[in-house]
Each structure stands twice: as structure tokens, then as C-alpha cells.
Design a binder for this molecule. Structure first.
Ligand code: SAM
Length: 229
């Protein structure tokens, strides 16, 4: 069981997402646990301020270190009380870091608690990266408004690797134990021929319809892409 703890100033963003689909089933089955923490609950001022002006000037606001420090400390403590030997990893989302990959997801899937810090505004006080986070993660070479979508992407990718959440266990085992990684190939289903308008037919490849498993595999290897574990 993996416990995900998300730190965000927009907790509502996650509500519908985690109430749908296989993630909801995974939560109900006790295979994953997702806790969403409002960063503003870790402030001590009347207005629950989580940001301030950048030192040295510049545009936008920067997220302060104190509430993040308090949040991470409390969330780790809660986990440790229940799981004395469980390992926690603090992930900070930033577009400046190494890109998230299947391999990273696989490594994360072995950790008991993942604490995901979602940034907003112009960024986060760099001391969070230096002293609080164990790992900085980017989900791609573009800049989003916040770390909430990256958190959903990371949670979903990791959850697919947990036995019992998707597909048949033997397929998952093959995928995650294969040294080479696994192959993602194009898929087709009925009808064999689809006609979007008169005189036009979009056909499924013949090789997939013939029942020759060797040929199907060759075709999939040719058309697919290896995703490294
Ligand atoms: N200049 C800031 C920086 O370098 O981190 C960008 C701030 S961005 C507007 C606000 C927040 O969105 C970031 O702190 C980060 O948490 C998240 N974010 C934006 N793009 C991201 C990406 N590609 N990968 C991961 N997180 C991202």
C-alpha cells in the first residue's frame, strides 16, 4: 500500500478526479491512500498567507518555506506513527528538474509514503528544494500554473504499477520485471472496417485478424515503442 500526501493551496482540484475511475477502486480496496492537505492550514497568521515578494525584486510572488516545512513535518509524523519502518520521500514539482519517467514511477512505487509538494505563483523558496525535498521532478519542458496536474500524473502512473489496480496480474508482472522494459503498440478492436463516410474505409491491420501469434508479435514489436522500466 502506498500513501500519497499532496500539499496544495487548491485541494478541491483533486476531489472529482480521485472519486472516479480505477483510482477510486484502488482507494476503496485499500491498495493506495490519498490525502490532500491544504497548505493554508499550516500558516499561523490571520489571513493564512503562503506567499511573499521575492528577495531582490522581480515579478510575481514566491511560496514561503515555513508552511511547507510545518506541513511536511506533520505529514511525516502521522505516517511514522502508523508505519514505524515505512520510508517517506518528499517530491517537489518544478519545471527545472529531471523529467518524470516510467523508470522513476517504478522506483517510487516501492516507497511507502510519497509527499508531493505542488507549487504555485512564480515558484517556491529555493530552501524547500535544498533542505526539505528529497527529489525534484518535472513532468515536461513546459511551464504550468501549478503542481496539481503533475501530482495527478505521478499518482496515476505509479498506481498502474500496483498489483490489483489494472489488468491481469501476470501482465503487470511481465511488464515490471522485464529488464528491457515493455512495449506500447497500436491497438485495434471491432469493427474490422470502419466507414466514416460513403466510399471511405478505415481498416484494422490484416495481420491482427489472422490468429498467427508470431506474426502479431513481430508486427507489435515493429510498430511499438519500448518504455523503459
Ligand atoms: N519559475 C518557476 C520555477 O522554475 O519553478 C515556475 C513556477 S510555475 C508557474 C508554478 C508551479 O507549477 C511550480 O512551482 C511547479 O510546482 C509547477 N510546475 C509548473 N510547470 C511544471 C512542470 N513542467 N513540471 C512540474 N511542475 C511544474
Amino acid at each position: 500500500m502506498i500513501r500519497f500526501d499532496i500539499i496544495t493551496i487548491f485541494p478541491e482540484i483533486f476531489e472529482s478526479y480521485f472519486k472516479e475511475s480505477l483510482l477510486k477502486k484502488a482507494i476503496d480496496k485499500g491498495l493506495i491512500e490519498i490525502n490532500i492537505h491544504n497548505l493554508r492550514d499550516f500558516t499561523s497568521d490571520k489571513h493564512h498567507v503562503v506567499d511573499d515578494k521575492p528577495f531582490g525584486g522581480g515579478i510575481g510572488m514566491v511560496m514561503k518555506i515555513e508552511p511547507i516545512f510545518k506541513a511536511v513535518k506533520k505529514i511525516k509524523k502521522i505516517y511514522r506513527q502508523k508505519n514505524k519502518k515505512g520510508k517517506s520521500l518528499v517530491v517537489l514539482f518544478t519545471p527545472r528538474a529531471k523529467k518524470f519517467s516510467q523508470k522513476m514511477a517504478y522506483n517510487f512505487s516501492k516507497i511507502g509514503q510519497l509527499i508531493l509538494i505542488c507549487g504555485r505563483y512564480e515558484g517556491i523558496d529555493e530552501r524547500v528544494a535544498k533542505y526539505i525535498a528529497d527529489k525534484e521532478v518535472s513532468i515536461g519542458d513546459y511551464v504550468l500554473m501549478g503542481g496539481e496536474l503533475p501530482a495527478m500524473i505521478v499518482i496515476e502512473t505509479i498506481s498502474r504499477l500496483i498489483p490489483g489496480i489494472i489488468g491481469k496480474p501476470q501482465f503487470l508482472k511481465e511488464r515490471i520485471t522485464s529488464r528491457k522494459g515493455f512495449i506500447e503498440y497500436p491497438q485495434y478492436t471491432r469493427p474490422e472496417v470502419f466507414s466514416p463516410k460513403k466510399g471511405v474505409s478505415w481498416k484494422a491491420p490484416k495481420v491482427l485478424l489472422g490468429g498467427n501469434h508470431k506474426k502479431v508479435e513481430e508486427w507489435r514489436n515493429k510498430k511499438g515503442k519500448i518504455i523503459e522500466n
